[in-house]
Every structure is written in C-alpha cells, then in structure tokens.
Design a protein around this ligand. Structure first.
Ligand SMILES: [Zn+2]
Length: 362
C-alpha cells in the first residue's frame, strides 16, 4: 500500500471529501497549465524535433497520455489559442475538455462568448444538444436492413444517411456514414437538430420480425410503415405499461381511500402523487445537491415504517436504490440492512419492515 493510500485511509469522512475536492481542483489547474504548454509546443512545432510527426504522436508517445486524453487536450489547446476564454472557464470548472472538443468546430469570433457561457456546467448530452442547435442537420431517413455480417441472425435498424457525429476522437478512421455499425458497437442516440434525434441500433432477428409484424398490423394507421412512428408508438406503450405497473400511473385514477396508518402497502394515489411531485427522480439531497438518478427508483419512507411512518404522500419520497439503502443504513445500522438485503431478506424484511422497499417497486 502506498503512503498516499494510507494518508486517506486515516482521514475522517469530511476531511476526505474536502481533500478530494482540493485534489480535483489541483488536477484541473495542472491540466490548464498543460494546455498552455501544449498550445506553445504546437505553435513552435517542437514535436518534430522530439521525433514525432504530430502533436497526437507526441502526446501519446512522449507524454504517455491515453489516446482520448491526448485528443481532448490537443483540441482544447488549439481552441484556446483562438478563444482564450476557454482556459478561464476550464480553470473555473465551468466547462470540461469534452465540451470544448465538441463545441470547438462551431465557435466563431461572433458567437464564442455566448456559446461558451451557455455551455457552463452542462453534461456531455446537453452539449451535444447545444451543438445540434448550432448546426442543425436534416432528419435521417429510416432504414431497416440486414447487416453484412457472417451471423445471419443479425439485422439492423439503422438510419444511415446522416454523417457520423463529430464527437469520435478517431473520426478519421470511423466508418463512412453509409456503412452499418460493426456488430457489438453500442447503440447511438444523437441529436440532429433541436427536437430531432437520430437513433441507430442493431437488433436480433426476433426483434426485427416483431418490428415487421407491428409494421404490418399498423398498416391502416401508418400506411408508410414509418419506423420512427412505430418506434414512438411502441415506446409510448412500454412507458405506459411500466408506469402503470411500477408507479400506479393511470389516466383514470380512482378516489383514494384513507391510508391505513399501519399498513406497509403504499396506495396507488400516493404513489402517483409522489411520482409526479418528485419528477420520477431520486429526491435525496446531499451536501453537494440533489441526486440526479432516474433509474432504479423506489418508494422511500422518510420516517421509516418500523418507526411508525405512514404511507402518505407527505412521508413517502422517491429514492434511487443506492440512496434508499444508504438511508436505511443510516437509520437501522449497517449490519441490519446487510442481512435484510441478503437472499433471505424477504423473511428478514418482516423483522426490519423499513427495508420492505429495497428491491421492490411493485
Ligand atoms: Zn439517489
């Protein structure tokens, strides 16, 4: 074990969290300084004398940066040469290197201040939306075709005529826009323009056959067989079904009965109200803000059931699984929750009723 690891092992929680913040700031300052140095090395073409044909080769071979890190830093350094504001925003933690790389091709002397300002604290997905607004692309026509792969059971639902997103650090060697993605390539969801997205995925023969069947069954309503329209109808039905099952969502709610003070069951009306109020997202608020998780969402008793907490909208909030377990541990203690969450947890959860929601959303 290194000295560093031993230092952090011995820190209490708060000093450890503070140290991580300080280290992240120092790392950012070091990266900003590196960008300044790269900018100058690039201008003087010093990489040539170092035996490298390009800045990318210099960064990966001499500085030993990972390829993605090298690409991000070179692009950011070149953009910063043109627009020095980038270095200030980066040092302030307002924008990431990935954001700079995505935005750089769309910055101009006239728009850079506004665009960079609107990119503050945005996620990669939000930056992609910003790029789509700056450079809207036409809709991609829907294409369903079989991939030219040896595996004859694979088919592709692909919209193939739009160019590949410029976000790939290896854009130069990326497949041409008209090529289908190789098997195993992750599905792609990319904004084309405000309100328009391109989705590309590879599916099994079985899924492909179901799609064709849905297309045939909907022929009267969607005569063109438009893949986007069928996808929208399918995904809407799926969401409706999942929300009905998991969160008691309905277009015709029944009148709620008075909640039974000592029942663990959460009435449908309460589940609906809580789901809407919390926006379908974890409601845990930590010292750095509210959790953003919207997956693995569960209902959580603020005052635990075991302590007399009722299943009312006032006492129920949404939590992601991690925070539901975290709060149960804070209340019941680590060992109790660990046992309640084991494979025999069903039995144990009766002993620790506050844990009843762990892993169950129905
Ligand atoms: Zn959470």
């Amino acid at each position: 074990m290194t000295t560093n690891e031993m230092v952090y092992m011995n820190l209490d929680d708060r000093p450890l969290l503070d140290a991580a913040k300080r280290l992240a700031t120092e790392e950012r300052c070091a990266t900003a300084a590196l960008l300044g140095a790269l900018l100058e090395i690039d201008s003087r073409r010093l990489y040539l004398g170092e035996g490298c044909a390009s800045m990318f080769a210099y960064c990966t071979q001499v500085l030993r940066l990972a390829e993605g890190a090298a690409y991000n830093r070179i692009e950011a350094a070149r953009a910063a040469r043109e627009y020095p504001l980038i270095l200030d925003l980066f040092t302030q933690s307002a924008i990431t290197l990935t954001a700079v790389r995505l935005l750089a091709p769309h910055l101009t002397a006239g728009n850079h201040a506004d665009v960079l300002d609107s990119a503050r604290h945005k996620s990669k997905r939000e930056i992609e939306e910003l790029v789509a607004a700056l450079r809207p692309r036409p809709d991609a026509p829907a294409v369903v075709r079989k991939l030219p792969a040896p595996n004859t059971t694979t088919a592709a639902l692909a919209e193939s005529s739009a160019p590949h997103p410029s976000s790939s650090p290896v854009a130069a060697v990326a497949p041409s826009p008209s090529e289908a993605p190789p098997r195993g390539e992750p599905a792609l969801v990319a904004p084309l323009s405000p309100e328009r997205y391109r989705i590309q995925l590879t599916v099994s023969r079985d899924t492909h056959d179901k799609f064709r069947r849905a297309q045939a069954l909907l022929r009267h309503a969607v005569p063109s067989g438009d893949a986007a329209e069928i996808f929208d109808r399918a995904i809407s039905l799926l969401i409706e079904s999942l929300e009905r099952r998991r969160f008691a969502e309905t277009s015709q709610p029944r009148v709620a009965r008075a909640p039974n003070e000592r029942s663990r069951h959460i009435p449908a009306a309460v589940r609906r109200a809580v789901w809407r109020r919390d926006g379908g997202r974890c409601g845990f608020v930590g010292s750095s803000g509210r959790c953003r998780e919207s997956g693995f969402i569960e209902f959580h008793h603020v005052e635990p059931y075991a302590a007399g907490g009722a299943a009312t909208a006032e006492n129920i909030q949404l939590r992601c699984r991690a925070h539901n377990v975290y709060e149960a541990k804070l209340f019941f203690g680590d060992s109790v929750v660990r046992e309640a969450c084991n494979p025999w947890g069903d039995v144990l959860s009766r002993l620790v009723p506050g844990c009843v929601l762990l892993g169950t959303t129905d």
